[in-house]
Design a protein around this ligand. Structure first.
Ligand SMILES: [Ca+2]
Length: 258
């Protein structure tokens, strides 16, 4: 900025031009009145310059302060994905219903290669197979395998929030496909006690009901509302496609926030 201050004084006075930074001073030097005017002029110029510098500094400070407030927001994020994964602590169940205590566990598998760990290993080439108490040689009823499942304590977090389920079919026998399921959560270590569980979901597995889906294929993820974190979960099959000796599926994952 360029500021010019012009003093008008009596005829005969000589003119002196001075400059302070960006300020040009025009004054009178041959009379006491003129000197006073020049001194006042210099004072005004200096004061004005200081005031402007001060104002500029203040603006800069305010701008910096505003920028600082904008660049430091507090953000809270949660990660949505599979809560369950290979290596989690998982216990196979049978003869068990939601709200009830464990009716049986760690048994009625077809063999060591089809235990619950294969429902969470991330591979649709492996499966979890359970006859349940009415299974085995009984291939004509719908009951075999109903009431089987597992409880699991995810290692990813001890306070996950479950909001979905994702199943995948096994390699054969579509009538063994699970069609409906219940999911409960607990923060207790008393996983065999029915009273420790809270029901979170009771509905479709997401495996197609009306037509037989491809083998070793994921169904549609089923979503539900829940905002409560839990340490452990219990998943129980409540129906299957048709008469056969067991329930089986290649994958069963809980989806949620950690
Ligand atoms: Ca598997």
């Amino acid at each position: 900025m360029l500021l010019v201050i012009l003093l008008l004084l009596p005829t005969g006075s000589s003119v002196t031009i001075g400059k302070i930074d960006n300020f040009i001073i025009v004054g009178i030097m041959n009379s006491s009145l003129a000197r006073v005017s020049l001194e006042q002029c210099l004072y005004i110029a200096t004061s004005t310059a200081s005031s402007m510098i001060s104002t500029t500094s203040s603006s800069t400070t305010e701008t910096s302060s505003t920028t600082s407030e904008t660049s430091s927001p507090t953000l809270t994020t949660q990660s949505l994905g599979r809560i369950t994964q290979a290596g989690d602590t998982i216990v196979g169940l049978y003869n068990t219903t939601a709200g009830g205590s464990t009716g049986g566990k760690n048994g009625l598998y077809s063999g060591p290669s089809e235990t619950p760990i294969y429902a969470i290993d991330g591979s649709t080439s492996t499966k979890y197979f359970n006859y349940g108490v009415t299974g085995g040689s009984n291939t004509t009823a719908n009951a075999p395998g109903i009431g089987t499942g597992f409880y699991i304590t995810p290692s990813i977090s001890n306070a996950s929030i479950a909001v979905g389920l994702l199943f995948a079919t096994a390699n054969d026998r579509p009538n063994r496909d699970p069609l409906s399921v219940s999911l409960e959560g607990t923060n207790s270590d008393a996983c065999d006690s029915g009273s420790s569980w809270t029901l979170l979901y009771n509905g479709s597995t997401g495996i197609n009901v009306t037509s037989e889906p491809d083998r070793m294929t994921y169904g549609i993820q089923q979503n539900f509302s829940n905002t409560t974190p839990y340490k452990s979960y219990r998943l129980l099959i409540t129906s299957k496609r048709g008469p056969d000796d067991a329930v089986q599926y290649s994958e069963a994952h809980i989806i949620g926030y950690t």
